[in-house]
Design a protein around this ligand. Sequence first.
Ligand SMILES: [Zn+2]
Length: 252
Amino acid sequence: MSKAIENIIWHPSPNFDERDTDTPVDMLILHYTGMKTGAEAIERLRDPDAKVSAHYVVEEDGRIFALVKEEMRAWHAGVSSWRGSQNINARSIGIEIVNPGHEFGYRAFPKVQMDAVTALAAHIVARHPIPARNVVGHSDVAPHRKEDPGELFDWQELARCGVGLWVRGKSSSHHKIAPLASNDKGSAVSDLQGALKEFGYDLPQDGHYGAELAGVICAFQRHWRPSKVDGVADEQTQEIIYALLEEVRRLT
Ligand SMILES: [Zn+2]
């Protein structure tokens, strides 16, 4: 077991309640703290007035703090949705990764921090029935409100270590992909919305490329095509969407 896991620091928060006994823990949600310092973030996550928390906080130096027991419900997701469920706190474990975020100076996650997150996440998915497709970012479950953990987080490395999904290469079923962007309409837009919806995102399937679809595409890109986050469903973005969908269909 990694040093980071062996040395988890118990730092309890009062911000939790009971999980429903009939809801399995089948999601892992990653966040960034989005505050100037880790200490400030931890203080807020332990402040009874703030009414927010997470199970874990991972500092930039790799220290892991446990704030809420995994068997309890922490309050990290807010209004959110994944695969038709809005009950995200009830079914998930939340990890806050210390980073000032887009508001206060978004910066690279240091390797020692990334290694700690990876070890912790692997340790969590080994002990709960969390499928790879349910390891997602806050921005995936709340695409119009949240950007965390953001495009600098190394989801590819996490997947390489066995946590979450990462695919590259063309899907077999989709022969011709035309780029789609804001204000486009029609069946190709509707197909794209249907694919994102089946994969997990909450969005209407109305065949119209409006702000809502653009926001979901941004969230998708932050996670699975981080080199360019622009809300445009270019050929590569769509290829990855359809390839991921094939992968999750294969796995279920
Ligand atoms: Zn968050």
